[in-house]
Design a protein around this ligand. Structure first.
Ligand code: DC
Length: 226
């Protein structure tokens, strides 16, 4: 089989990972894999079943009832399919963000999703974003980038994003939620958010989207002949 290329992008919530990765994937002709969406789908499933994201026994009991898969439409956009249902839009709420952060801490959840993520990267050139892509999912990724920004900047971006979608957003609340998620995602025992040793750190606090894209292309171009 021909070699496939993989680009791992990790970083905290709101650092711009998905916006940037989506655009880059389009330009490079790679598949974009948003792994946060997979954890969100799991959180949404247990939410529907009335199982708390902290209730590891309940999660273990019902996880076999969940089938989660990724599909791509003609435009290359990722859709999340939960037991045959397209839940792509349902998983984009602040409530599910928090629940995804909690549900993703459990080994049983991470184990179930690991092969699925690796399998996409085996078959396609991918730009995959998440928290543990460079450290756990694709430790041999061709390029690893750790995308970050100050919490205040990330909260402002997330607010703008929610407001643009017609959802309610109060800056102070969003900031608090982001800080809480940062803490949970970096302090969990399994696959916590951390920078891989061979990752390049890119702070986007003072860059606009075009600036980040240009810098990312430069970093990627050093490792992969584009
Ligand atoms: O990227 P996101 O905000 O959609 O991710 C939602 C949550 O999912 C995040 O707070 C932690 C979890 N997550 C994870 O544990 N590992 C990943 N690779 C991606 C997301």
């Amino acid at each position: 089989m021909n070699k496939t290329y993989s680009i791992a992008i990790d970083g905290p919530a709101g650092a711009g990972k998905s916006t940037i990765a989506k655009r880059l994937a389009k330009e490079l002709g790679f598949y974009y894999v948003d792994t946060g969406a997979i954890y969100r789908t799991v959180a949404y499933f247990f939410d529907l079943w009335g199982v708390s994201p902290k209730d590891v026994d309940g999660i273990e009991r019902y996880i076999d009832e969940l089938t989660v898969s990724i599909e791509y439409d003609e435009e290359g956009s990722q859709h999340m399919i939960m037991n045959g249902m397209d839940v792509t839009n349902d998983i984009r709420t602040q409530e599910i963000s928090q629940k995804a952060s909690l549900v993703s801490a459990h080994a049983v959840v991470r184990d179930v999703l690991l092969d699925m993520q690796r399998d996409v990267a085996k078959r396609h050139n991918v730009i995959m974003d998440g928290r543990d892509i460079g450290t756990v999912v694709l430790p041999k990724a061709d390029v690893k980038i750790f995308l970050t920004a100050d919490a205040e900047v990330r909260a402002k971006r997330r607010c703008d994003e929610l407001l643009a979608k017609g959802q309610k957003a109060v800056y102070e609340t969003v900031l608090k939620e982001i800080q809480q998620r940062d803490h949970q995602d970096t302090h969990r025992a399994i696959a916590p958010l951390k920078m891989a040793r061979d990752s390049v750190k890119l702070d986007t606090s003072h860059l606009d989207i075009d600036g980040v894209i240009a810098e990312m292309k430069r970093i990627i171009g050093e490792k992969i002949a584009l």
